[in-house]
Design a protein around this ligand. Structure first.
Ligand code: C5P
Length: 225
């Protein structure tokens, strides 16, 4: 089955506190969008690539991808992540059977996480998401601000991207989607399909706040790139 990767990069990044949309914020002289392509390029098999960006930046993003010599279909996203993924699904080439959906904001996701997700989707025949064990103690809090209970963290996983699915499952889930969800696995579960978990990576952290951007600069310094 051939693989397609939808990279969503259409968020405004308002929590980052920068004027430009998040995908165009630079880390060490290269944009988040451009850096997020390194993992896709590092995959062990070639994937059909769809990149979803803010409408005003479709041509700027295409220029960056050309510079990287990465053939991609670039489309405008929507006002929620879910709508942006839906826009990407619309333009996926017909031969794609396994779809990975990835947040550009997880810039340093290692390529082996992509390969692991693809292999597990093929093996299991259903969706697979990368996750990490939760190390903090997590508590439920009541409306009045007092602690209600402690949630057994051995039953929790902190979820990342790329999230991979048989194309049929993802297309069906998006066709049925009623509410807005923050990840694709939630929609696919809602449509009645199982979703498995494989090992994620600490490097797959999402750049959301200015602190995350500093952490990203630190990663670069340590990598010497
Ligand atoms: O909002 P958050 O940072 O969690 O978004 C995760 C990913 O979804 C980011 O890569 C962002 O660019 C993308 N996104 C999108 N369209 C939106 C909102 C977010 O493509 N409307």
């Amino acid at each position: 089955a051939s693989v397609g990767v939808i990279v969503v990069a259409a968020g405004s990044g308002s929590r980052l506190g920068r004027p430009e949309p998040k995908a165009f914020v630079e880390i060490g002289g290269r944009s988040i969008l451009s850096r997020s392509m390194d993992a896709v390029r590092g995959m062990s098999e070639e994937a059909a690539l769809v990149v979803v960006v803010p409408a005003a930046l479709v041509s700027a993003a295409s220029a960056q991808l050309d510079e990287l010599r990465m053939p991609a279909v670039v489309v405008a996203g929507g006002d929620t992540r879910q709508r942006s993924v839906a826009a990407g699904l619309e333009v996926l080439p017909p031969e794609v059977e396994v779809v990975l959906v990835h947040d550009a904001a997880r810039v340093f996701t290692p390529p082996d996480v992509f390969d692991r997700v693809v292999a597990a989707v093929r093996d299991l025949g259903h969706g697979v998401i990368p996750g990490l064990p939760v190390t903090d103690t997590i508590k439920g809090v009541a409306g009045d601000g007092t602690v209600r209970d402690t949630i057994d963290r051995s039953k929790l996983t902190a979820v990342q991207t790329p999230q991979g699915f048989p194309r049929t499952h993802l297309v069906e889930a998006y066709a049925l989607a009623a509410a807005d969800f923050t990840d694709d696995a939630a929609l696919v579960r809602e449509a009645g399909h199982p979703v498995g978990v494989v090992a994620g990576s600490a490097l797959a952290f999402k750049i959301t706040t200015a602190d995350d951007l500093e952490r990203a600069e630190d990663v670069l310094r340590r990598q010497g790139s």
